[in-house]
Design a protein around this ligand. Structure first.
Ligand code: FPP
Ligand code: MG
Length: 295
């Protein structure tokens, strides 16, 4: 991973603008899940750290833009760039990071470059769907999972496909792994938004619903509530939630096992990912660490 950090630092310094270096240093690196995945799939390849750095820059750019779109004041426990330096700066820093990533991508074979580049179109579509869907209460599970796939899983899937292509492994198999890992990862993230506190999350708890996002536990809850309670839930949607409503939602979710049901789906997806790469202990370990995050 040190080689990835070195590559990231090199790409940032090549942007040749001290303001970019200053702002980038303020970002917390995060879990670097995508980079770790690339290194585990293509450990020996000399260009794997560069590919990992490219994907991490794209991911960082997408989060910078996402925080502007969501008007989020914190990211990974520290103030977001839009909070400290304003939305214009956050958008422009995102533009610099992802165009620099694309510039570096041209040094890879076309199939690899295409896999990564097309996933950015997909994740941008996913983000747009997410914003559209947050305008109204959504109770459609399939629609929600389609959006999640685009918004979160496609870049992880593309990272897996691209690194497999780099070392001549079967891209389809690794793609299945990446897609299901990505979906499972995001569902666990959605669960943690409900079950964790603000200090652990580095952002306010139960914030998804306040932002209008009806994640799986909310969809499952809606499904089982009586009509009058369905209305109560819809009324709480996309607003600052008061303590009594927050408590009611949590109690109903506990009663109807909505978090457990969501976790079960995350586990099934994770098993599907595991089955695709059964013999690859390093990749199985990534899945296990991720599932453990939810405890
Ligand atoms: C986080 O979702 C957002 C994403 C995973 C993708 C965002 C994508 C874009 C803004 C498209 C633009 C892409 C580039 C490369 C500039 P979330 O809001 O559900 O999660 P959060 O709680 O971490 O904010
Ligand atoms: Mg967000």
């Amino acid at each position: 991973m040190q080689r990835v950090e070195n590559e990231i630092a090199r790409l940032i310094s090549e942007c040749d603008y001290d303001e970019v270096t200053r702002l980038f240093e303020m970002l917390s690196g995060g879990k670097r899940l995508r980079a770790k995945l690339i290194l585990k799939i293509a450990p020996e390849h000399e260009k794997a750290p560069l590919l990992a750095a490219i994907v991490e820059l794209i991911h960082a750019a997408s989060l910078l833009h996402d925080d502007v779109i969501d008007e989020a004041l914190t990211r990974r426990g520290v103030p977001s760039v839009n909070a400290t330096d304003g939305s214009k700066t956050a958008v422009m820093l995102g533009d610099i990071l992802y165009s620099k990533a694309f510039t570096e991508l041209v040094s890879f074979d076309e199939e690899i470059a295409r896999a990564i580049a097309s996933s950015v179109t997909a994740l941008s579509k996913g983000e747009m769907m997410d914003v559209k869907m947050a305008e109204e209460f959504n109770s459609d599970e399939a629609k929600y999972l389609d959006m999640l796939y685009l918004k979160t899983a496609t870049l992880i899937e593309a990272a897996a496909i691209a690194s497999a292509l780099l070392v001549g492994k079967d891209a389809h198999t690794y793609g299945i792994y990446g897609k299901n890992l990505g979906l499972s990862f995001q569902i666990i993230d959605d669960i943690l938004d409900i079950t964790s506190d603000a200090t652990t999350l580095g952002k306010p708890a139960m914030n998804d619903f306040v932002e209008g996002k009806c994640t799986l536990p909310y969809i499952y809850l809606y499904d089982v509530l009586a009509d009058s309670d369905k209305e109560r839930l819809i009324n709480a949607h996309a607003k600052t939630i008061d303590k009594s409503e927050e408590l009611w939602i949590k109690e109903e979710m506990t009663k109807h096992k909505c978090v457990e049901k969501s976790f079960k789906l995350a586990q099934e997806l994770s098993n599907e990912a595991m089955n695709a790469v059964k013999d690859d202990t390093a990749l199985v370990e990534i899945l296990q660490t991720m599932i453990k995050r939810s405890y």
